[in-house]
Design a protein around this ligand. Structure first.
Ligand SMILES: NC(=O)c1ccc[n+]([C@@H]2O[C@H](COP(=O)([O-])OP(=O)(O)OC[C@H]3O[C@@H](n4cnc5c(N)ncnc54)[C@H](O)[C@@H]3O)[C@@H](O)[C@H]2O)c1
Length: 382
């Protein structure tokens, strides 16, 4: 396959580039370094120094003998994106290039406006570029489990059949979310559905839960190939943050009661999910939605796991409940259907003690770089 990866420098984008490249596919990556620049601006840089994307592909070629082509540019710039589609004619485009943080989108009006503009415009541009150059091209789009929120019914895989006054129809599962970032993801899904219906595009929308981990088979080949690893309040996901807090001797910051439950997955499983989706594409005129997670935990359960493993490794891990800066349900029902990716062949890597121990070991190597001010900046939803 010829695979175009948008957001190729990111936490998920870079390991995805290597994953496809390693398996013999031609990979073209695009990024505008938004994430690097935003984390410098907000003083929450990644734990592990990562060479820039152009240097990363040189290291990858030295390590694997395989080439990845990179273009630094902005996916909201339609002329730029269109020129890439025209030059390479990809079979599949994987769209990661969005502002991915809920807290970032809630900082102030300007960050909200940027999130809205960036996320919707990148998606619109991808849709138009596919339509204009090759409507056969399969769009794989990263959505989020956060689109659904925490309804008091089981969460189905994207769609819900409804019977109303004796008649039936199938609709997108009701979505009510808790941040502007998540709202842009809902709007992306709605936009994709519109153009699947009207133009017959083929789209897979992956409703992904928070990802943890910093190891893939490819990134383990050379420490300079490790993905960005954020642990801060803005760009870090919860388990990654808890492990860095444990290593730093900082209490784990549990928001409110800590009964908030979400579906999680290992970075290695994100690779599999995206790859399986690309190998077995959606049909024409199909918006295929998968719930991308492998197991669910409450925040308290994650904190407890980190505490047990951390204490066993000799850290003195404390857990501290702090006032919840977000507006979210702290006690709620959570039961998700996620059979679709398993049926495609996903073989989950679960959150074992061994997986956490390996994460502790890597984080410990970089403990002098931990910025304790980044753990909690107190971005308020209210
Ligand atoms: N990491 C998770 O836990 C998680 C969970 C659910 C969904 N997602 C989604 O997966 C995708 C990737 O997430 P991630 O964690 O790798 O985030 P990331 O910020 O590390 O990666 C996104 C990349 O896209 C780039 N980018 C953003 N806007 C761009 C633009 N206009 N033009 C070019 N490049 C642009 C950024 O510079 C960054 O390198 C995002 O869409 C995110 O919403 C991530």
């Amino acid at each position: 396959m010829k695979v175009l990866i948008l957001g190729a420098d990111g936490y998920l984008g870079w390991p995805t580039c290597m994953y496809f490249s390693q398996r013999g596919h031609e990979v073209i990556g695009i990024d505008n370094y938004f994430r690097r620049n935003a984390s410098t601006e907000l003083d929450c840089e990644a734990l592990i120094p990562a060479p820039n994307l152009l240097q990363r592909v040189i290291i990858w070629e030295e390590t694997s003998g395989k080439k990845i082509k990179i273009h630094i540019g902005d996916v909201t710039d339609y002329a730029f994106l269109l020129s890439i589609f025209r030059e390479y004619k990809p079979d599949v485009v994987i769209h990661y290039a969005e502002q991915p943080s809920a807290p970032y989108s809630m900082i102030n009006r300007d960050k909200a406006a940027f999130t809205l503009q960036n996320n919707l415009m990148t998606t619109l541009n991808v849709i138009y570029a596919v339509k204009e150059t090759n409507p056969e091209c399969h769009i794989i789009k990263l959505g989020t489990m956060g689109e659904y929120g925490t309804p008091n019914i089981d969460i189905e895989e994207g769609w819900l059949e409804i019977e109303h006054k004796g008649r039936k129809d199938k609709f997108l599962f009701p979505r009510q979310t808790g941040s502007l970032y998540h709202t842009t993801k809902i709007q992306d899904t709605d936009m994709l559905w519109l153009y699947v219906r009207t133009w017959g595009l083929r789209v897979t929308d992956l409703m992904q839960g928070p990802v943890y981990g910093l190891s893939t088979d490819e990134s383990d080949l050379d420490s300079r190939l490790i993905p960005h690893f954020h642990y801060d309040e803005i760009f870090g996901t919860v388990l990654n943050r808890f492990i860095v807090q444990a290593v730093a001797g900082h209490p784990l910051t549990v928001y409110g009661k800590g009964n908030q439950t979400r579906g999680f997955l290992n970075l290695k499983d994100t690779m599999q999910c995206v790859y399986l989706s690309a190998e077995q594409p959606a049909e024409h005129k199909q918006l295929r939605i998968f719930n991308q997670l492998t197991e669910s935990f409450s925040v308290n359960q994650l904190a407890e796991k980190v505490k047990i493993v951390g204490n066993r490794l000799g850290y003195n891990v404390e857990v501290n409940s702090i006032e919840n800066p977000r507006v979210e349900k702290e006690d709620h029902y959570y039961n998700v259907n996620f059979t679709g990716l398993m049926e495609l062949g996903l073989q989950p890597h679960f959150l074992t003690d061994n997986v956490m121990e390996e994460m502790f070991k890597v984080v410990d190597r970089y403990k002098d770089r931990i910025n304790r001010d980044a753990f909690f900046k107190g971005i308020q939803w209210k």
